[in-house]
Design a protein around this ligand. Structure first.
Ligand code: ZN
Length: 80
């Protein structure tokens, strides 16, 4: 998936546009909420899409926080 401003939603064919949304990850009973994660959201059906690059970032971020001993964390994507 290229980093373009928008692309057709696979669910309904409408346009999914880039937005910033909170994203929660529950891993091994530990909860991490990341604010302002860039993702694509369909304006019509509400389906959201994360790019592989962002998913990789989130994965690394959550692993780092959990390794640091956090049980719960709320972080900002850009500051992470
Ligand atoms: Zn849609």
């Amino acid at each position: 998936m290229a980093d373009v401003g928008e692309f057709p939603c696979v669910e309904c064919g409408s346009s999914a546009v880039e937005v910033l949304r909170p994203h929660a990850v529950d891993r091994h009973g530990k909860l991490v909420v990341i604010r302002d994660v860039p993702m694509y959201e369909c304006g019509s059906c509400g389906e959201v899409y994360l790019t592989p690059a962002v998913m990789k970032e989130l994965d690394a971020l959550v692993a780092r926080l959990i390794a640091g001993g956090a049980d719960e964390a709320i972080v900002h994507y850009q500051a992470a």
